[in-house]
Design a protein. Structure first.
Length: 673
């Protein structure tokens, strides 16, 4: 129900958190405290300290628990203001269920603008509706003498008329004036006066002009970050452009990558690489002649973070690559790594941005047992920290100026959280479509904090979750509040730094199974080139580093891996089925075999049941138990979208057998009657 725009009067406030003072001092109050309680707001991240996340086009569900003492009729509104708007819009909230035992209220808010939204909740007692309900019950109970009650209603109607703009709202004026005339006429038949008082059109008119003088409103405005859809849904492909013929070579591959169903092409650092302490093959401390070095050793005499490596092409070549990607429905993401080689111009121009030991030497970067002799970290605690922060922000703005709107941020957990909160908010103030992916494989609280302060997406522990119990527990955590309100996962199946033991030992089926899990569990996932060719040899036993890692040498890459046809099919299914573009709709199913994992994903229009074999070496059989509360008929047909086979399934137990040498998964679509 729409509520008429009213001039906002002072209202009683309700704390966002339920931490009342030890006692109430009535001598400090100018009017009685609010009687309506508002609590358990949703979406809410840390009691409003951080903004929840949604995407453009989503329908935000504002939720709250609202109740009061007594039996008054309560009404509530969600108040919201889009970015750039000075006024507030209201939408009526409704109880989750209309019975008196449920005090959970919600309202839908359409999100049609990028940026930061503001919202709050207001609740008030509907005095006229309360009076009308009591009168209705008395009439139904056979009470005859209701003159006093009608006199009370007459006062309420006159008060309501006083709130109506009689010059503009002719309908409300006419309805109220007519009702007042009848109720004021004590000589009119009681039946007529009661019928007018209980008329539906009078109730609707009064509902549109409620008395909100003593409304309860939260004393804090909550905020919401609305980003574009790519922040939540997409298939990423990571490649080193130097292994593909530079920017020109990558540009030639764009049609194939688009046809394979990828959305984002992520490039590790594209900047000049330092010569001092350059790493050699397999992370050798000394580079041999011709070794290209690690792209993460950023900076040389040719420039730093705003320059491109000459062997990749020119900045114009890069601009051409970005433009061509757009033509093919793709986006180019680049790496933002805050570190410098010894040859970076900043070490000469801003030596105070780096920490010196007492003997004057610089300490290279380390992450024991890993050592990075070819790079130095900036000193965020230096005296000139403001200019350092601004310079790093300007690097991001430079690449935005060249068409980049997605940044994969290298190791953000080793930099101040406050810096990221400032940088992301500052950038999005003028570029709300920019997306930041946090590459932080670290402690869970830090990963969550980075998501809360503004990172659009986050790498996850998915790479190391291989058992049925691990996967179901972890994904269930990500899919539900509070995590789902701020943490968007990007399920990369491998990276240049991470070759999991499962991929090292599982053979081709392991790659297909992990691809299926990543692509059907998470709306966003990614692979690093070489995955489609089953690259699985570690540097040594127990290592997650690749032997002959592309980080330290140039490969000759082509899009010819054996897994590409399967990847193309899965990516097509992701685009065609909305159920795979969400995470909050996942529900894990019983299989009675820990080597099989099953889950259902549903939208109002479709139901998908996915079963994946986790054992890459042996055929596994078991059951998939379809719960009775899935909204499905007792028996139904399920079509395997991978093989085209048709199966007769039912609620309850369904036999499943998967041989990983032939097929690692079923992606079943339930055929609707």
């Amino acid at each position: 129900m729409e509520i008429a725009k009213l001039e906002q009067k002072p209202v009683m406030s309700a704390l966002l958190t339920r931490d009342p003072p030890a006692h109430v001092r009535i001598d400090q109050l100018t009017e009685p405290p609010p009687r309506i309680i508002i609590e358990d707001l949703a979406p809410d991240v840390d009691c409003g300290r951080f903004r929840a996340k949604r995407c453009l086009g989503d329908l935000l569900t504002v939720g709250a628990t609202i109740f009061r003492d007594g039996h008054d009729v309560i009404r509530a509104v969600a108040r919201y203001s889009p970015p750039g708007a000075d006024e507030w819009t209201e939408v009526e909230m409704e109880r989750a269920t209309p019975d008196h035992g449920n005090d959970r209220w919600s309202a839908p808010v359409p999100l049609d603008r990028l940026g930061r939204w503001r919202w709050t909740v207001e609740a008030f007692s509907d005095v006229f509706a309360t009076w009308r309900r009591e009168l209705e019950r008395k009439v139904a109970g056979g009470q005859e003498d209701l003159g006093s009650e009608l006199s009370e209603g007459l006062v309420l109607l006159r008060q309501t008329l006083a709130r109506v703009d009689t010059d503009r709202d002719d309908d409300a004026t006419a309805v109220l004036t007519a009702a007042i005339t009848v109720l004021a006429d004590t000589s009119a038949p009681p039946e007529q006066r009661r019928a007018v008082a209980l008329a539906p059109d009078l109730a609707a008119t009064c509902a549109g002009h409620p008395d909100r003088d003593r409304a309860t409103r939260l004393d804090r405005i909550l905020e919401l970050d609305v980003e574009r859809r790519r922040a939540a849904v997409g298939a990423w492909y990571e490649l080193f452009p130097r292994s593909w013929g530079g920017f020109t070579g990558v540009r030639e591959e764009l049609p194939k990558l688009a046809a394979l169903g990828f959305d984002v092409i992520y490039l590790p650092p594209i900047h000049p690489i330092g010569l001092t302490n350059r790493k050699g093959r397999n992370d050798a401390i000394a580079a041999a002649p011709g070794d290209p070095g690690s792209p993460w050793a950023i900076g040389s005499a040719d420039g730093g973070h705003t320059a491109v490596h000459a062997e990749l092409g020119t900045i114009d070549d890069f601009d051409g690559l970005v433009a061509a990607a757009v033509e093919h429905g793709l986006e180019i993401a680049i790496d933002f790594a805050i570190q410098c080689s010894a040859d970076h111009p900043w070490l000469t121009d801003h030596p105070d941005w780096f920490h010196k030991r007492p003997d004057g030497t610089l300490k290279y970067a380390e992450n024991p047992p890993k050592r990075y002799q070819d790079i130095y970290n900036v000193d965020f605690d230096c005296a000139d920290w403001r200019n350092l922060w601004s310079a790093l922000r300007d690097v991001v703005l430079f690449w935005i100026g060249h068409g980049v709107e997605i940044f994969r941020v290298d190791n953000p957990h080793t930099k101040p959280v406050a810096f990221w909160e400032w940088l992301i908010e500052d950038v999005r103030e003028t570029h709300p479509g920019v997306i930041f992916l946090a590459e932080a494989f670290t402690r869970a609280p830090m990963m969550r904090e980075l998501a809360k302060i503004g990172f659009s997406q986050s790498y996850t522990y998915f790479t190391w979750k291989n058992s049925r119990a691990e996967l179901s527990q972890y994904v269930a955590e990500l899919a539900a509040p509070p995590m789902s309100d701020h943490f968007r996962p990007n399920f990369f199946v491998n990276t240049p730094d991470i070759l999991s033991d499962y991929l090292q030992t599982g053979g081709k089926p392991a790659f297909a199974a992990r691809l299926t899990l990543a692509a059907t569990l998470s709306p966003t996932y990614g692979i690093y080139s070489g995955f489609e060719s089953f690259e699985h040899t570690p540097r040594h036993a127990g290592s997650e580093e690749y032997l002959n890692s592309e980080k330290y040498e140039i490969k000759q890459r082509r899009l010819d891996g054996q897994l590409l046809p399967f990847i193309s099919v899965v990516n097509t299914l992701r685009r065609d089925h909305a159920a795979l573009q969400r995470l909050d709709n996942v529900r894990f199913l019983e299989t009675e075999n820990d080597q099989l994992i099953a889950y259902v994903k549903q939208t109002p229009d479709e139901t998908l049941i996915i079963v994946v074999v986790l054992d890459p070496h042996n055929a596994q059989e078991g059951v998939t138990v379809v719960p009775h509360d899935c909204g499905l008929p007792p028996a139904f047909t399920a079509i395997d979208l991978l093989s085209g086979e048709s199966f007769d399934w039912r609620l309850g137990r369904n036999y499943v057998r998967l041989d990983p040498s032939r097929q690692v998964a079923h992606i079943l679509e339930v055929v609707r009657p």
